[in-house]
Ligand binder design. Sequence first.
Ligand code: SME
Length: 161
Amino acid sequence: MAESLAFTKTADRKTVYGEIAPQIDALISGETDLIANLANIAAVLKEAFGFFWVGFYLKKENQLVLAPFQGPLACTRIDFDKGVCGYAYTTRQTVIVPNVDEFPGHIACASASKSEIVLPIFDKSGEVFGVLDVDSDKLNDFSETDAEGLQKIIEIIEKMI
Ligand code: SME
């Protein structure tokens, strides 16, 4: 297992996503424990991009429940019809919210959070297994570059679930 993360600190996000994806793949390939792997992935994303909050919510019965994350404490349970996470779960699509104050039903876990991207994670049967949620303290901080870069990481996760 890699003991440290290598990435170009001055590079643009697209480059950094390209640098960290193979390292995440290598990092989790030797470990079968899902929670351990999600914890390290949250740590890698926090270290590489300095995101305000980055983590996972996993489907447990009829809610999304907080799973490994990095950042300030967060709400523990989200109904499927609530928040950006619930919207991504229900629509089964990546959601980019440039200004969370303009998203009806946004759940403000931290008032410093200004923009957000949430991606669904699918299991092998095609059901949504959970979501990856990334929050920024800057408005309009996420673009297609993040959607594509994070999707590559989701695909690595989907290989193990
Ligand atoms: N803002 C999210 C809730 C989770 S926190 O941001 C960590 C939402 O609206 O679903």
